[in-house]
Design a protein around this ligand. Structure first.
Ligand code: HEM
Length: 442
């Protein structure tokens, strides 16, 4: 009698609370809306204004702060096809003016946050090539046992408790440990990295923002702290190379030159933040969804190997942890969705909306762990910036659920998930999970 199961009543369904002209998606307040209302807004946009103009309220702030934010408006892309078309044409829709923020950031901030995600080829490719090898399917396969033992260690810690904050104690721990180990960050610094990356990607959410009226100093302090950590670790590797990614960065030459300290710092921040803020949300959304679709959880747990490849992709589509990336038009007259745009026009590619596009996905709001085909764009559209860590993320998600099914088989979410207030990350900050405690080691 699945329709009477209380768990299934919480499944996400979009709520179209605003008319198209009432939508204020440039405003931070909009992103405090419940998840269902945000989903409803994208649904309205896809149907009525697939390429939507929004003023950036940040324009006023930036004028007083005294830097050039570029055009004071953005176009929000909500349809799958437009997002894919923009991603495919990096020469017309570039990343070099900023990819993670709707406003152009001042140069001192771009030094910290820029790195390759905010660059175009050829420099982007040269940087990406330094670390690419570590993220290939082959390389990631070789670390599966290690990822598995890291997941079991986490389960051993939470296993006897019976009830935990799944985000802080489980889903965030695996990606954090894996990327820190890959980068050569010692365990004593994990919490520092965790808190700094919460600040960087969670800024704007009251829980992570000390002074909402002036959040920039906190952001810069987090970035500078991570850069300092990178510098200290890098010095040690200069003297004595190791086999971690930081060592590869320290010894790499781009255009015949070593990376400058700020380039090294921003690369380090990108890898750490991208490596741990994203996958954790996929795992958290995964547990929430599996609780709400108990029949599918059962199917996956009973037929793990058969279902896993599709299940992992579906969880990533469903979660869409990175909601948008930005592109900027490189010349006048570029065409998207049949409209012409001007050089400097900015586009927010809302992957989460593309992943709910009714023209591409049947029953897009439903979890379907056997969905096929599932050409989601949660890792970005096709193009040079397609997520570097996609293989690693897939593996972490697979291993985490395999171990949870094996050692904590009745684990489920209780109560509601606590969502992050952000226009960028579809985050879950806290989620209570319950299970029958285990005594022995996983
Ligand atoms: C479910 C987890 C993840 C999601 C949803 C995700 C999503 C994304 C997205 C949307 C992009 C931008 C694509 C574009 O601009 O076209 C991206 C880029 C990137 N991701 Fe991920 N990511 C995930 C996990 C990871 C992990 C584990 C790492 C490990 C380090 C990582 C590292 C990166 C890097 C370095 C880039 C920049 C690539 C470039 O500019 O060439 N990501 N990711």
């Amino acid at each position: 009698m699945e329709q009477y199961d209380w768990r299934t009543l919480r499944r996400v369904q979009p709520i179209e609370k605003y008319t198209i002209d009432e939508l204020q998606m440039g405003a931070q307040e909009f992103w405090a809306s419940p998840h269902e209302v945000r989903e409803g807004a994208f649904k309205t946009l896809r149907r009525e204004r697939p390429i939507a103009y929004f003023d950036l309220p940040a324009a006023e702030f930036a004028a007083t702060a005294g830097f050039d934010i570029g055009r004071p408006y953005v176009y929000l892309l909500s349809k799958y096809k437009d997002i894919v078309d923009a991603s495919r044409q990096p020469d017309l829709f570039c990343s070099g003016f900023g990819a993670t923020s709707p406003i152009d950031l001042p140069s001192e901030m771009r030094e910290y946050f820029g790195s390759m995600i905010e660059m175009d080829d050829p420099k982007h490719k040269r940087l990406r090539d330094i670390v690419n090898k570590a993220f290939t399917v082959r390389q990631v396969r070789q670390i599966e046992e290690y990822v598995d033992s890291a997941a079991r260690e986490i389960i051993n810690t939470i296993g006897p408790k019976g009830e935990v904050d799944f985000v802080t104690e489980c889903s965030s721990r695996l990606p954090l440990k894996v990327i820190c180990d890959m980068m050569g960050v010692p365990e004593s610094q994990y919490d520092f990295v965790f808190n700094s990356s919460n600040t960087i990607l969670g800024l704007g959410d009251p829980e992570y923002t000390e002074n909402p009226d002036d959040p920039m100093p906190q952001l810069m302090a987090a970035a500078m702290g991570l850069t300092q950590l990178a510098t200290e670790l890098a010095e040690a590797r200069l003297k004595e190379p190791t086999d971690d990614l930081l060592s590869a960065l320290v010894h790499a030459e781009v255009d015949g030159q070593r990376l400058a300290p700020y380039e090294l710092g921003s690369f380090f921040i990108l890898l750490l933040v991208a490596g741990n803020e994203t996958t954790r949300n996929a795992i958290s959304w995964g547990l929430k969804a599996l609780t709400e679709y108990p029949d599918q959880k059962k199917d996956w747990a009973e037929n793990f190997d058969e279902v896993q490849r599709h299940a992992v992709e579906e969880i990533i589509r469903y979660a869409s942890p990175v909601m948008f990336m930005r592109r900027t038009a490189t010349r006048d007259g570029v065409v998207l969705g049949g409209q012409e745009f001007k050089e400097g026009d900015k586009f927010l590619l809302y992957y989460i909306s593309g992943n709910r596009d009714e023209d591409v996905f049947e029953d897009p709001y439903n979890l379907n762990l056997r969905r096929e085909p599932n050409n989601h764009i949660a890792f970005g559209g096709p193009g040079p910036h397609f997520c570097l860590g996609a293989n690693l993320a897939r593996q972490e998600i697979k291993v985490m659920f395999k171990d949870l099914f094996q050692f904590l088989p009745d684990i489920e979410m209780v109560g509601d998930a606590d969502h992050l207030q952000s226009n960028f990350i579809n985050g879950i900050k806290h989620l209570t999970a319950k299970f029958t405690p285990i005594k022995g080691a996983a």
